[in-house]
Design a protein around this ligand. Sequence first.
Ligand code: BGC
Length: 439
Amino acid sequence: MARATMYFPDDFTWGTATAAYQVEGESAANDWQRWEQEPGRILNGDTAGKASGWWTDAEQDLDAAAAMGMTAHRMGLAWDRLEPEPGAFDEAAFGRYRQILTYMHTRGIEPMVTLHHFVNPLWLVAMGDFNNEAVVEQFRQFTAKVVAELGDLIPKWITINEPLVYITLRYLDGVFPAPQKSGFSAGMEALRNLLRCHAAAYHEIKQHYPDAQVGVAKQYRPMRPNNRIPGAKWWSKRLSWLFNDAWMDAMTDGQLRWPVGSGVIDGLAGSYDFVGINYYTYSLVHFPPWPGRLVNDNYPDNGLIGDGNYGELYPAGLFEAIKWALRYEKPIYITENGVPDDDDDIRPILILTHLREIWRAVSFNFPIMGYYHWSLVDNFEWERGWTQRFGLIALDPETQKRAMRTSAALYAEVCKTNSISSDMARKYAPSLLATMFPG
Ligand code: BGC
């Protein structure tokens, strides 16, 4: 077997990603905190608890990230901590984030900061959150305060994380904290307000920091019909348009399209500097559509599937996502990619095969600027609680003890050498050698 190394561009960014609620612990007055107290909401009755302990000690994992050779990390801010009552900001909470962000800079880790990642302050929920257009002004004011307090430390911003995942899980599947009204049309109303929030935040940031890079983290999911009945392909394309394209198309020309809405949102056109892709797996689309169950998770038996039937590893889907993103003609970051895999037997395969797809894209001169692996450390996995472990670092949430998974060693080699290689495949995922490095 010949030895081969695939190098990435010199300025390629290597990092990991986390979200505030999933890692911080000791959480404040927000809808997830309330939701997880309700019986039956979270698998196993799990609660976030101390989560990964970041509110008191993010530094130990950031030290580990720096030691692995990472140059970036995507983290979230908790709106509920920073603004526990409307218009009343918690200066101590801002101080803690300033400390974490400063620490990242001193460790050579560039922050990318998410403003909204699935969690709302309770006072916002009481006013109907994204089903009340007043949320737009609230989000603008929150963003303005963050810009004023922390903007000097934040070169890259994500306004909203995975808007379509958020709408689907909250308004259609009902597994995220219940909104005041649910269902499809309430979900589309919320989506329009999320777009308005994004546009307001974008301009708020750019007005003070014109060089800041602002985008969203958009999950891309290939959609495949689950049968060959006439119409199945058409339907899966329609669903793909809504899930994958609708948001990006609206951010591009400001225009709302059916079924999201109609007309134009002021300030929305062109309101992003990069495309952030979160990529995990593909979906099989039911045809004819079943109410309440649009896609299924009957992945093939011979595939590599994440814990809890999370999805099949499908690296080609990342290349598809990148090709899709090219149409928006902006730099591209992979803002999340990972797999729940407590035993860490398929994560090394995920890392090498997905980075190979990125390398292919780079070799075509596609503008891929960086990769943020989800995640740095095991964290609270929403309605799936602690049953799925995504970390390069394994965590016991009770004792807060940590252990490096083998994948952490692999990712460290990638970051430090700015490459993937046949030697890495031989060492960490021998089953891949023949397919990744033939001949
Ligand atoms: C979300 C993360 C989540 C990850 C793994 C993404 O959809 O942004 O918060 O932990 O998927 O399920």
